[in-house]
Design a protein. Structure first.
Ligand code: MN
Length: 248
């Protein structure tokens, strides 16, 4: 494994643990990272609770969701595969059942940015994937095939986040740090927006505010990453030698 790949997989283990600590993932959900810019492969854990993931559990998947490892993969690996296929700009994907986000997937009220930290949601209503449109009205709501993944990726379009009706959400980023930041602040925004809606009609960020705040604050996602990393890896600072697969 190259130094780049070792650093990347070590960060992916940290991302799993951060997202659990931040309440975005629990026993379910997953996070992946593309192996290199433009690559048609990505790292994703084997079928395991995110809090238990170590470097030895990461499997290299292709865009058809295949691995050459005999261990059981996640059922919903096609979420990641098809988003990477459709979005060359995306380097990382988080799929969660983020608890404050789910209500926005089942009501007419659209999720919109109510705070500057969530400017990445943009001015348009956050898209909602309606699985019954492609899987009928008796599915398990899971993305268990390439065709379902492709339909979800189409709903995401060029957005940062898409909701999945009655299920959860996906958040994407141009780096692992950015995708993690967006997944966490999608949950924060959903919680704040629901509180605002209970008080009255919210004034959402304007299109210009969302774009400007996203450009300014998105560039600082690494600051949040460093804080969250310290919480799950106390005493290890960025730049320290990383632990490779199988060593932790
Ligand atoms: Mn799921």
């Amino acid at each position: 494994m190259t130094t780049h790949a070792a650093a990347q997989t070590a960060d992916l283990v940290v991302a799993n643990h951060i997202l659990v600590r931040q309440g975005v993932l629990d026993a379910f959900g997953h996070v992946s990272v593309r192996t290199a810019p433009g690559a048609d492969t990505f790292w994703l854990s084997r079928n395991l609770a995110p809090g238990s993931v170590t470097g030895a559990d990461l499997l290299e998947h292709d865009l058809d969701g295949r691995t050459d490892d005999p261990r059981r993969p996640y059922l919903e690996r096609f979420i990641h595969a098809e988003i990477y296929r459709r979005r060359p700009d995306v380097m990382a994907v988080v799929h969660s059942h983020s608890p404050s986000v789910v209500p926005f997937s089942v009501v007419a009220a659209a999720m919109r940015p109510v705070l500057h930290m969530a400017g990445f949601l943009g001015e348009r209503a956050t898209p909602v994937f309606e699985i019954s449109d492609v899987a009928g009205d008796a599915s398990d709501l899971l993305i268990t095939s390439s065709s379902l993944g492709a339909a979800l990726a189409k709903t995401l379009g060029d957005a940062s986040v898409a909701l999945m009706r009655g299920h959860g959400a996906v958040a994407v980023g141009s780096s692992l740090q950015e995708a993690v930041y967006r997944a966490v602040y999608t949950e924060v925004n959903a919680h704040a927006q629901a509180a605002a809606l209970a008080l009255g009609q919210p004034r959402y960020l304007s299109a210009g505010e969302a774009a400007t705040a996203s450009a300014t604050i998105g560039g600082q996602a690494v600051r949040a990453w460093d804080v969250w990393r310290e919480q799950v890896r106390p005493g290890i600072t960025a730049g320290d030698p990383v632990t490779g697969p199988g060593e932790e």
